[in-house]
Ligand binder design. Structure first.
Ligand SMILES: Nc1ncnc2c1ncn2[C@@H]1O[C@H](COP(=O)(O)OP(=O)(O)OP(=O)(O)O)[C@@H](O)[C@H]1O
Length: 545
């Protein structure tokens, strides 16, 4: 049997990849190059091939057969996946067939698509340069081309298994197209909502991969991501394996979805490989070739060098927020009022709330406390994080950060009825509804970055009063923190008219943040509605002892 790649070259044992074993990616032919003979390839097949002279089969012939096979495959994918829906045919995307809309941002739509030349499935982020107004004329969409080109420039230098890779970039008169590797599972965010929380094994599996991506960015590329949150964590789907023994935590409800059996190195709950996406807010903090801080050639002030540490520490703080959230199902900082939420974030006011944290190990809680520590200088860096016993999986004792809240009490029995009204209220207030979980991350992120920036500027201002103005010029990536552009947070308290406790809050955010704001929220007030506190209500209804 002959196994050929798309160029008609023989595949040898050395270059067989997992993708090649997938019959959807590569087809295998008999010696004539005309008939597909095998659905998958094994080393035995390759051994058989080794003696075969590739020259026996004319290359051109193979190419034609290959193209025909790709055509058939694309046709099949399109039939199966686009289910009769038709998406616009966009000039510039002639090589792709759009299959499904996967997500959208303020100025962009992300589609799942198939490359009609190779049969490869990809994600395409379509960014509109122009938008059609009501009178039918085309107007600039408001997207800042420089910020798109910056995102592309950063993504081009990245190649890591836990980071979505940019495969191509196409620019036309009307659009920018980012052709990206596809993460077929979608956002981790939806899995938190579906499963309520993740087991410690699954949480470790997820967070370790996010941390590997951050280590690569911080240590090898000099890049800080600055927008790490569950909706920017995508994953490759794996098969679900039902749990042999269901384990419930205190506070669980019987309808809690089964996460399934955890398979070490593979995952659980359909969550396999994690991929970090969306580099729209990322920034290069040092040049990976010259190893010098960016934009600061000639300046050696320690404060400037420290700036890198501060920027990196923002990613570490976000890592802590994600770990907290996936372990218990609600975010560490939450309040219905944005100013109150901002205050909690800046003062690092969070708790390991009982009963939800009672069954979560002390190691996990200690690790989180080293990430959600207020002082960025004492916050764990990525190496400390990856070496922590909870991550490595050793039995070594762990200790909390100096400003850590008390850990959850493992010995406390879960008796919801015995909770005082204050306990219940505290729990309710910490469990945002599904839609607002996204907003809570966005707002607390903005609040944290502002706090870090404020402190950083304070230090610099003290030491270098004159130098400060020059610094503003150098800080081209930090537009959202310049005072004229800084985040304005205003709040209006509304009654929902039916006695419900509802607070609508309008958050006016900086141009960059605005640009990143999702379409669904850009035209309406920011709603945090405790009546939708799904996690709380679900757990309250049916506690399992
Ligand atoms: N490579 C991909 N594979 C699968 N889905 C993707 C991929 N890239 C993006 N998506 C989906 O599209 C959504 C929006 O993508 P992305 O965050 O890159 O766009 P954005 O315009 O920057 O959005 P935002 O305004 O939220 O920052 C993601 O949250 C995800 O659901």
């Amino acid at each position: 049997m002959l196994i050929l790649d798309k160029n008609g070259e023989r595949i040898t044992d050395l270059n067989i990849t997992k993708e090649m074993k997938d019959p959807k990616t590569v087809k295998f032919y008999d010696e004539t190059g005309e008939h597909a003979v095998s659905e998958s390839v094994t080393s035995a097949d390759v051994d058989e091939v080794t003696d075969h002279a590739a020259s026996e089969v004319p290359k051109e012939h193979n190419r034609v057969a290959y193209d025909k096979a790709i055509e058939d495959m694309v046709e099949k994918i399109v039939l199966e996946e686009s289910s009769g829906r038709h998406f616009p045919e966009l000039p510039g995307l002639e090589n792709f067939h759009l299959l499904e809309q996967m997500g959208d941002g303020a100025f962009s739509i992300v589609y799942k698509a198939v490359n009609i030349k190779t049969g490869e499935k990809v994600a395409i982020k379509v960014i509109h340069k122009m938008l059609k107004s009501e009178d039918g004329t085309w107007k600039p969409s408001g997207v800042d081309p420089a910020s798109i080109l910056k995102e592309v420039q950063i993504m081009r230098r990245l190649k890591h298994p836990n980071i979505i890779q940019l495969l191509d970039f196409i620019q036309t008169e009307q659009h920018f197209f980012l052709i990206l590797e596809l993460a077929d599972g979608g956002e981790l965010f939806h899995q938190i909502v579906r499963l309520t929380y993740f087991s410690e094994d699954l949480s470790r599996h997820v967070i370790k991969q996010v941390a590997e991506a951050i280590r690569y960015l911080h240590e090898e590329c000099g890049v800080v991501h600055r927008d790490i949150k569950p909706e920017n964590l995508l994953f490759d789907r794996i098969d679900f394996v039902k749990s042999r023994v269901r384990r419930f935590r205190k506070g669980d409800d019987e309808s809690k979805e089964d996460e399934g059996e955890f398979i070490p190195g593979v995952g659980a709950g359909t969550i396999g490989r994690i991929r970090l996406a969306d580099f729209g807010l990322s920034k290069v903090v040092w040049d990976s070739h010259t190893k010098t801080p960016c934009g600061t050639m000639g300046y050696t002030a320690p404060e400037i060098v420290q700036d890198q540490t501060y920027s990196k520490s923002v990613d570490m703080w976000a890592l802590g927020c994600v770990l907290y959230t996936i372990l218990c199902g609600f975010p560490p900082f939450y309040d219905e009022s944005i100013p109150a939420l901002t205050k909690k974030v800046s003062q690092g006011q969070y708790t390991f709330l009982s009963p939800w944290w009672d069954d979560i190990s002390k190691g996990a809680q200690d690790l989180i406390s080293h990430l959600l520590t207020v002082d960025p200088k004492s916050r764990y860096d990525i190496h400390q994080f990856l070496a922590h016993p909870w991550i490595v999986g050793t039995e070594e004792p762990t200790f909390p950060a100096s400003d850590a809240p008390p850990t959850g009490k493992p010995e406390s029995a879960f008796e919801f009825d015995l909770m005082t009204p204050t306990d219940v209220q505290a729990a309710t207030v910490r469990t945002p509804g599904v839609t607002s979980l996204r907003e809570v991350f966005n707002i607390s992120y903005a609040a944290h970055r502002m706090e870090i920036e404020k402190n950083r500027r304070k230090v610099i201002k003290q030491n270098y009063a004159n130098f400060f103005n020059d610094l503003d010029d150098l800080d081209e990536g930090d537009e959202e923190f310049n005072s004229s552009n800084s985040t304005v947070i205003e709040e209006s308290v509304l009654s929902d008219g039916d006695g419900g406790h509802r607070i609508s809050t309008k958050a006016t955010v900086s141009p960059i943040a605005c640009q990143r704001k999702r379409r669904e929220t850009s035209h309406r007030a920011f709603d945090l509605n405790i009546n939708n506190s799904t996690l709380f209500t679900r757990r309250h209804r049916n506690a399992v002892h």
